[in-house]
Design a protein around this ligand. Structure first.
Ligand code: TTP
Ligand code: MG
Length: 346
């Protein structure tokens, strides 16, 4: 593959930054967006927190009760998804102008293939202009990472956060990656990370202690990806297809429960919401994933991949309920949260 230059852009503390922008009195104070903390007894999680709140140890996915413990005086705000989606689509319209090859990853994150720039200096200029235009139009800061591929560009932007811009070239990539935790390497999930740690692999650089054959023996086909990625090599293209990768909903119960009426009526509501969004997007899905969090935060997911893509509500209902039922039968613990997600769109 010819040498590429890839730009990764990620908005800084996205939901919280929008709230700060719209309420200047919040600036400089800890802001937490997420579930209602209910004076410490709230049961959902933190969506995100601004950098002031992060100094207290508050971060995405932390139980909101814990966030309240860490900083009871923080400004706690509910998730105003409609607003964030609107801002996101405005930002994506700006981003898409900078290259015909773009890939939207989430509400606040995208890749651009800017190989046409021809040099890292030009690429840096493009990144600066993009940041500037977003700030001028939306009054929001973003961080940009520029690298020879998606994996490197993403880790570069993580390093440059917040409101930063950093460039790492192909010859610099391998050394640059070495000190990062293995969790930072895309493709390494919690289970893989645990396995790697048990083998003494804690940093991305440690992966290089194992041969390609060892990695394949231990991790299967993805072992080869780990081998290459640890060396800063990744040939995944920036593809504008599959802009939305999944549609899902989850719900935390007021009280842990095993009451089937409570469980299934919440589940039915989520399925309908997912179906509505799927229908509006005009997608067919192939994979259904159900998540179940039990008392004590123990979380499991189960997925079913269909033989053929579909947008049939009946199939979605039947298959996802089968998965939920499996959870209920396999584990006797009380249930704290359930969720359903469809993916593998066509
Ligand atoms: P991120 O880009 O992961 O986080 P962020 O933009 O808040 O902060 P950073 O400066 O580190 O990029 O996620 C984007 C938004 O997605 C985030 O503002 C809120 C939402 N989100 C959740 O709701 N739950 C989560 O667990 C995560 C990680 C993000
Ligand atoms: Mg972000």
């Amino acid at each position: 593959m010819a040498e590429r230059i890839i730009l990764h852009i990620d908005m800084d503390y996205f939901f919280a930054q929008i709230e700060e922008r719209d309420n200047p009195r919040f600036r400089g104070k800890p802001v937490v967006v997420g579930a209602d903390p209910k004076n410490g007894s709230g049961r959902g999680v933190v969506s995100t927190a601004n950098y002031v709140a992060r100094k207290y140890g508050i971060h995405s996915a932390l139980p909101i009760s814990k966030a309240y413990q860490l900083c009871p005086d923080a400004i706690f705000l509910p998730v105003n998804m409609e607003l964030y989606q609107k801002v996101s689509s405005e930002i994506m319209e700006i981003i898409k102008k900078y290259s015909s090859q773009w890939e939207i990853i989430s509400l606040d994150e995208a890749y651009l293939d800017i190989s046409f720039s021809g040099s890292y200096e030009k690429a840096k200029e493009i990144g600066e202009n993009l940041k500037k235009e977003i700030f001028e139009k939306e009054k929001l800061t973003a961080t940009v990472g520029v690298g020879p591929n998606k994996i490197v560009a993403k880790i570069v932007s993580e390093k440059a956060k917040p409101n930063g811009l950093l460039v790492v070239t192909q010859p610099e990539a391998e050394k640059f990656l070495e000190p990062f935790d293995i969790d930072d390497l895309p493709g390494v999930g919690p289970k893989t990370a645990e396995k790697m740690r048990s083998l003494g692999i804690n940093k991305i650089g440690d992966i290089k202690k194992l041969s390609k054959e060892d990695l394949i023996n231990i991790f299967g086909v993805v072992g080869e990806d780990f081998y290459l990625r640890a060396r800063g090599i990744d040939e995944n293209p920036v593809s504008s297809e599959g802009v939305i990768k999944s549609i899902g909903r989850q719900y935390t119960f007021e009280k842990d429960t095993r009451d089937s009426k409570t469980l299934f009526s919440a589940f039915d509501e989520m399925i309908l919401d997912v179906y509505k969004e799927l229908f509006e997007a005009g997608f067919n899905f192939k994979t259904i994933t159900v998540v179940c969090r039990f008392q004590g935060f123990e979380t499991h997911t189960m997925a079913k991949t269909l033989k053929k893509p579909t947008n049939d509500l009946k199939i979605l209902k039947t298959e996802s309920k089968k998965l939920l039922l499996k959870f209920i039968l396999q584990n006797q613990k009380l249930i704290r949260l359930i969720g359903v997600r469809v993916s593998s769109f066509s």
